[in-house]
Design a binder for this molecule. Structure first.
Ligand SMILES: Cc1ncc(COP(=O)(O)O)c(C=O)c1O
Length: 482
């Protein structure tokens, strides 16, 4: 549900709770919310319709009185009948289908973040995307007008994706020291899909994946849904005692190491060349393949990062992931996997079974972007200087409003500041209180369950004014709950 879908009419003579009741009845009547459906929480509807929670309670009470829904243990409200008075058994129990899925739902915080991002007036203080004002709309329009449509753009592409795009990607990644030929590149529908393909196409159930802690990967359930385990390895351990990887590989019979070595999400950390070498060497000698997730590489602010770990790989031990999402457009949904052909062929075959390839049209647009090097470089330069300005401003704000109760490191690239509170605080309380004031944060528990209290802030998405308002308000809330 989005805010734009429906709103009560405040000028109407019909009381708002009745309008909400009728809206829900309509959803039940047309089968969008069949019997068994859990209604949204009162808190969520109140936020969505900008009404008091008591108004939603009244609407729900009316629906209960009419026998359409019932409250269960004061926690949730379920549809138990429909307006056509069809007996319950005539409707499939979709809720039990949903619950029976082998695919795990997102973490609750992630679900709430995904919803709140589209509530309209939300100030998104944790979002890991370029601000709408930084998306290259004008330049992409130029690209579109120079694109002469051909049958390939409107048809299916070959299994590994558009050949000209794969050629362009090989040239593009050469800047990071990666030598690859188009046959070893698979175009995917965003780097996120690479995880899905690797989980389903390369690994067995009960496989174990070593993952830096904290990590973006813990915010997803892709590997867990495929009945695999993520084993967390503190980043400080990897940096200071790389032999831990050998120990953990043996202890857990680990099958892979997943790492974000450049402008890591959420910490912003970047491994030095020496550290990269150490990791690559120990993984190679212990037959522990690596997934190197390099989606943030281009977003350096102070100085270019070391070359990719993949550039040090002579034995095909590394699967290298890239994406157009963070530098150009997440909406294109284009990423890539570079690896040994046996792997790429297998994942390409699986991808054909899943979706017949990423959008041909998006692939053509990205190919034009990559081959129009001057335009691309101009864009990247612009993004870096904007990010620098935003990063510097965020540092000033944090210094001014957060320094008494939190600490952080100055990020040298990408979007994020990993902010640590000096004392442990309730992140769910902070999240709720902030959201009440339309401010959305990413609690650190999304990326690491235990340990000190952190939040991930981002300086890439909101305008400077909104960033300032967001930080000031957050500081007040934190002081109130400490
Ligand atoms: C480290 C990392 N990898 C992959 C992704 C997913 O990127 P894509 O939009 O290409 O699926 C993200 C998105 O936030 C990310 O932070």
């Amino acid at each position: 549900m989005r805010k734009q879908d429906w709103q009560p009419n405040r000028k109407s003579d019909i009381p708002i709770y009745i309008q909400i009741k009728e809206y829900i009845k309509e959803k039940i009547a047309i089968g969008e919310w069949p019997i068994g459906t859990r209604l949204p929480s009162q808190r969520k509807l109140a936020l969505l319709f900008t009404v008091n929670r008591s108004t939603v309670v009244e609407a729900y009470e009316e629906l209960i009185a009419e026998g359409l829904v019932e409250g269960i243990e004061g926690k949730e409200t379920k549809v138990i009948n429909n307006t056509w008075n069809i007996v319950a058994s005539a409707t499939p129990d979709w809720e039990s289908y949903v619950k029976g899925s082998t695919y795990k739902p997102n973490k609750v915080f992630i679900q709430r973040i995904n919803e709140a991002e589209f509530l309209g007036e939300t100030i998104r203080m944790g979002t890991g995307e370029l601000s709408p004002s930084l998306l290259p709309i004008k330049k992409t329009n130029q690209i579109l007008s120079s694109l002469t449509l051909s049958s390939e753009h409107l048809g299916y592409e070959e299994a590994k994706g558009s050949y000209p795009l794969r050629v362009a990607i090989c040239k593009y990644i050469r800047k990071s020291g990666v030598n690859a030929s188009p046959d070893s590149v698979l175009i995917v529908s965003g780097a996120l899909q690479a995880f899905q393909l690797i989980a389903n196409g390369l690994l067995k159930e009960k496989s174990s994946i070593l993952v830096e802690s904290p990590s973006y990967l813990f915010s997803l359930n892709v590997f867990q849904s495929a009945k695999m385990n993520l084993i967390d390895v503190p980043i400080s351990k990897i940096k200071n005692q790389v032999s831990i990887l050998k120990t953990l590989k043996a202890q857990h019979q680990a099958n892979l190491l997943y790492t974000i070595p450049t402008f890591h999400n959420p910490t912003g950390m970047t491994y030095s060349t020496e550290e990269r070498k150490g990791i690559v060497d120990i993984c190679r000698s212990n037959q522990l393949p690596i997934i190197e997730d390099d989606v943030y590489r281009e977003l350096w602010i102070d100085s270019p990062p070391p070359q990719a770990m993949k550039s040090m790989d002579q034995t095909g031990n590394i699967l290298y992931l890239g994406s157009a999402s963070k530098i150009l457009s997440p909406g294109l949904r284009i990423g890539w996997i570079v690896g040994p052909e046996v792997v790429v062929n297998q994942l390409a075959d699986l991808k054909m079974q899943i979706d017949y390839g990423a959008s041909s049209f998006s692939q053509a647009v990205l190919e034009k972007w990559f081959t129009n090097e001057d335009m691309y470089e101009e864009h990247v330069y612009h993004i870096r200087s904007e990010l620098k300005q935003r990063r510097d401003f965020m540092m000033e704000l944090l210094e001014k409003y957060f320094s008494r109760f939190a600490s952080w490191e100055v990020p040298t690239g990408s979007f994020y500041v990993w902010v640590k509170f000096n004392k442990s605080i309730s992140l769910s309380q902070l999240f709720d209180l902030a959201l009440k004031q339309h401010i959305l944060i990413n609690p650190g528990t999304v990326y690491r369950e235990n340990g000190p209290s952190y939040i991930r802030l981002s300086y890439s998405y909101e305008s400077l004014e909104k960033m300032e308002h967001g930080i000031k308000t957050l500081a007040k809330i934190v002081k109130g709950i400490r």
